[in-house]
Design a protein around this ligand. Structure first.
Ligand code: SAM
Length: 243
C-alpha cells in the first residue's frame, strides 16, 4: 500500500506529455496493448539526455508510443529504428508515425527481431529492449555486436511482476521457460565482461547496461585475471539460478 502511495506521489510530479502522446497511450491502455509504464518514461528521458544518442534501436514497437516518446526527448538529428512483428500493431504504429511529430525520424522494421537483428549493421548507441521477455537472452549477442563502446542498453520488464524472486517451483508451469530465460539474461548482463549493469525496480524492473569492453565483472583469482581472452567468457550461472 505504501508502495502504491509512493508511486502515485512520484507520478504526480511528472510533467504531462504532449496531447498526441496522451492519445496513443490512452488508446493502447484501452486496447490492452502493453506499453511502457509512467516511471519508465522519465527514466528513459534521463538516460537519453545523459547519453545523447545519434542512433536508437528499439526492440518491440507495439503501436509506437515509446518510439514517439523517445523522438520527443531527442533532437532532430537523432534517428530511431524500431522492430515489430505483430501485423495489427505494425499498421497502428505506421499510422501513428505518419501523423505525429518525430515520426519522420523513425524507421519501422517489420518481422521477428531475432532474424532482423542478425541483418542489421552499423552501430546503435542506445538500445531499448522491450519485446518478448523470454527472447531477450537470444537477442543479446546481436545487440552486443551493434552496441559500440560506451553504448547504453536498457531492458524493460526484467522483474516479471516479482516472479523473478520466486523458486522455480512457485512459478506457474507455463511461465517457467520465461522465468528461467530471464534469470539467465539478468545473470549474463551482470557477469558479462563487456557490460556494466545495474538492475532497478523501476516499472516492472529495468536493467541499465553500459558497454565497457573488458571492464565488466571478472572472477577474481582465476586465470581470467591474467588472460584477457578467457575473461570474455560469461561464467556459468550458479546452481541456485536453476531452482
Ligand atoms: C511491451 S510491447 C512494446 C511496447 C512499446 N515499446 C511501447 O512502450 O510503446 C512488446 C512488443 O514486442 C513485440 N514483439 C515481441 N516479440 C517480438 C519479436 N521477436 N520480434 C519483434 N517484435 C516482437 C510484441 O508484438 C509487442 O508489440
Amino acid at each position: 500500500m505504501e508502495e502504491e502511495r509512493l508511486k502515485v506521489f512520484l507520478h504526480s510530479l511528472d510533467s504531462p506529455n504532449a496531447p498526441y502522446l496522451n492519445k496513443i497511450e490512452k488508446e493502447a491502455r484501452r486496447d490492452k496493448v502493453p506499453i511502457i509504464r509512467q516511471d519508465m518514461q522519465s527514466f528513459l528521458q534521463v538516460f537519453l539526455e545523459l547519453k545523447k544518442p545519434g542512433r536508437i534501436l528499439e526492440v518491440g514497437t507495439a503501436t509506437g508510443f515509446s518510439a514517439l516518446l523517445m523522438a520527443s526527448y531527442t533532437p532532430a538529428q537523432c534517428r530511431i529504428t524500431t522492430i515489430e512483428k505483430y501485423d495489427k500493431r505494425i499498421v497502428e504504429a505506421r499510422k501513428n508515425f505518419a501523423s505525429c511529430p518525430g515520426g519522420e525520424r523513425i524507421t519501422l522494421l517489420e518481422g521477428d527481431a531475432e532474424e532482423i537483428l542478425k541483418q542489421l549493421g552499423g552501430t546503435y548507441d542506445f538500445v531499448f529492449m522491450d519485446a518478448a521477455k523470454g527472447q531477450y537472452i537470444h537477442f543479446l549477442p546481436d545487440i552486443l555486436r551493434l552496441l559500440p563502446e560506451g553504448g547504453v542498453l536498457i531492458s524493460d520488464n526484467v522483474l516479471q511482476e516479482g516472479d523473478i524472486l520466486e523458486s522455480h517451483y512457485a512459478v506457474e508451469r507455463r511461465n517457467r521457460t520465461i522465468y528461467k530465460r530471464m534469470r539467465d539474461y539478468l545473470y549474463t548482463l551482470k557477469h558479462h565482461p563487456d557490460l556494466i549493469t545495474s538492475v532497478l525496480p523501476v516499472g516492472d524492473g529495468a536493467a541499465v547496461s553500459v558497454k565497457a569492453a573488458g571492464r565488466g565483472i571478472r572472477t577474481a583469482g582465476t586465470e581470467e585475471d591474467t588472460n584477457p581472452e578467457q575473461g570474455r567468457q560469461v561464467p556459468a550461472s550458479p546452481e541456485y539460478m536453476d531452482r
